[in-house]
Design a protein around this ligand. Structure first.
Ligand SMILES: *[C@@H]1O[C@H](CO)[C@@H](O)[C@H](O)[C@H]1NC(C)=O
Ligand SMILES: *[C@@H]1O[C@H](CO)[C@@H](O)[C@H](O)[C@H]1NC(C)=O
Ligand SMILES: *[C@@H]1O[C@H](CO)[C@@H](O)[C@H](O)[C@H]1NC(C)=O
Ligand SMILES: *[C@@H]1O[C@H](CO)[C@@H](O)[C@H](O)[C@H]1NC(C)=O
Ligand SMILES: *[C@@H]1O[C@H](CO)[C@@H](O)[C@H](O)[C@H]1NC(C)=O
Ligand SMILES: *[C@@H]1O[C@H](CO)[C@@H](O)[C@H](O)[C@H]1NC(C)=O
Length: 288
């Protein structure tokens, strides 16, 4: 009847050994199956898991802004004092939530081309302050006009327009106005038709930053979503050095099988350059 203690131990050991052998066999097989599935499903083509998440970015992408609030605008303008600033923010916006458009696949070069429509939604829970916060910032139009028209005569005219519109080197603007656009009183007085709306990222909504061509990963999964060209070019021609290169993805996704030692490279058209991150969780720019 039943089993004594020794018999139980032996049965346990045998079952354990059999399971260990199975485990030993299944672990690499399982890994292989998982790896193969990822290799198939990460490719950017109709029908894969990754494709749906790629067309309309599945993860939430945020962009944060910190803005310097000028504390002594009068002193700077009147007495040429050193500028005193206070950092405000972050003001956080959810971006890249719209689906990519005009997607075309090239099966020969294994690339996909698309445009990414822009949109930004303020995210109060990740921000310090509101979009209505009023800050003292540089007057973009006044500074740009003086820089664009250095001729003495034009500057006299500009000066009178600046005075007439009660503009100055600095202005008070809400975060929303400063980032996304406001009607500028000085430009509104310009004697010839110019765009009178100014903002650091104006226009943003309903625009796209240009055509991207990225690798689909079909022939090499390590290249999936890596940018081949941006606006048809492989470098930006803004910068003299490595900053000019367009390396990596758009940062909303990276190729699979990332090792901790791998440097993740990405390109951001908003700051007109590429940059990268290291695993240490510290953010730094890097060469090559
Ligand atoms: C400019 O400097 C003068 C002399 O130091 C001072 O009296 C005046 O208050 C300053 N003006 C401003 C706007 O800070
Ligand atoms: C998408 O393609 C259509 C037709 O070629 C074009 O009219 C439209 O401007 C393109 N969209 C963007 C955002 O470039
Ligand atoms: C841009 O569009 C988003 C979403 O419709 C909206 O929340 C945001 O206020 C718009 N921004 C501007 C500056 O119009
Ligand atoms: C910001 O200002 C607008 C218009 O004055 C108002 O409708 C909105 O409620 C304000 N938002 C906050 C968070 O105060
Ligand atoms: C940018 O690309 C052009 C054409 O591909 C090339 O002639 C130029 O040398 C590149 N510039 C840099 C800085 O790499
Ligand atoms: C970055 O892009 C440039 C230009 O396309 C290329 O020459 C260079 O090898 C790339 N570097 C890396 C690390 O991918």
């Amino acid at each position: 009847m039943g089993c004594d203690r020794n018999c139980g131990l032996i049965a346990g050991a045998v079952i354990g050994a059999v399971l260990a052998v199975f485990g030993g066999i299944l672990m690499p097989v399982g890994d292989m199956l998982i790896e193969n599935t990822i290799k198939k499903q990460a490719v950017l083509e109709e029908g894969t898991v990754a494709y749906q998440n790629w067309v309309k970015t599945g993860s939430e992408v945020y962009r944060q802004f910190w803005i310097f609030d000028v504390q002594n605008p009068e002193e700077v303008v009147v007495n040429s004092s050193a500028i005193k600033v206070k950092q405000r923010g972050p003001y956080t916006y959810r971006v890249r939530y719209l689906a990519k458009e005009n997607i075309t696949h090239d099966s020969e070069s294994h690339t996909v081309s698309f445009v990414q429509p822009n949109g930004a939604i303020f995210e109060p829970s990740l921000s310090v302050g509101t979009e209505n916060d009023t800050l003292t910032v540089l007057n973009l139009a006044v500074v740009a006009a003086a820089h664009l028209y250095p001729s003495a005569f034009v500057q006299v005219v500009l000066n009178s327009l600046i005075k007439k519109s009660k503009s100055s080197l600095f202005q008070k603007r809400t975060v929303k106005e400063f980032l996304w656009g406001y009607k500028d009183p000085f430009l509104s007085l310009a004697p010839y038709p110019v765009s009178t709306t100014v903002g650091v990222f104006y226009p943003y909504n309903n625009t796209a930053d240009g055509v991207y061509t990225v690798f689909s990963g079909k022939d090499n999964i390590n290249q999936v979503a890596v940018i081949d060209t941006y606006k048809g070019k492989r470098n930006l021609s803004y910068w003299p050095s490595y900053c000019d290169m367009i390396n990596g993805t758009d940062a909303s996704s990276f190729p699979p099988f990332v090792e901790k030692t791998r440097v993740l490279r990405f390109f951001s058209s908003d700051i007109c350059r590429k940059t990268c991150v290291h695993f240490t969780s510290s953010f730094s720019t890097c060469k090559s």
